[in-house]
Design a protein around this ligand. Structure first.
Ligand code: CU
Length: 148
């Protein structure tokens, strides 16, 4: 008696939605920047915001051409340990995880092994790619499922 038809419908719809969303247990392989790959001037913070959430053990793939004679600007992948360095694009305390040559072919792969914040940037041109080129973003991978 207590439940209105509307409330029952809402409950039903909620249960249906829960049942229909398949719980994905396999890790994903995500191309950073999508079809834009890893390049100067694309807004990666915005991309990361729209592409999330990311999950523990997902793989981020950074695709960028190795340096060549026909003026391809080199890129790389750096990981920051502290937010202040990330915010100011100070690479001195960042660690290079992908060098300028590793973005070719299938791209440079980085597995988000832990459920902790990861802060990335391109380390080229003294932080100019990070500062002016918007080549920086952070992700906070979530644990997958309730029984991980
Ligand atoms: Cu770059």
């Amino acid at each position: 008696m207590g439940y209105s038809y509307g409330a029952m419908c809402t409950l039903c719809a909620t249960l249906m939605a829960l049942l229909l969303v398949p719980e994905s247990t396999s890790a994903a392989r995500i191309i950073v920047g999508g079809s834009n790959h890893w390049q100067f001037g694309f807004n990666y913070a915005d991309w990361a915001f729209r592409s999330g959430p990311f999950y523990q053990n997902d793989t981020l793939v950074f695709m960028y051409n190795p340096p060549s004679n026909n003026n391809t600007p080199p890129h790389s992948v750096y990981l920051f340990n502290d937010f202040r360095s990330f915010a100011t694009c100070n690479l001195k305390r960042a660690k290079m995880v992908g060098n300028v040559a590793q973005g070719g072919g299938q791209g440079f792969e980085f597995v988000l092994q832990k459920a902790k914040p990861y802060m990335f940037a391109c380390g080229e041109h003294d932080g100019i790619h990070c500062r002016l080129g918007l080549m920086k973003f952070f992700v906070l991978p979530l644990q997958r499922g309730c029984h991980a």
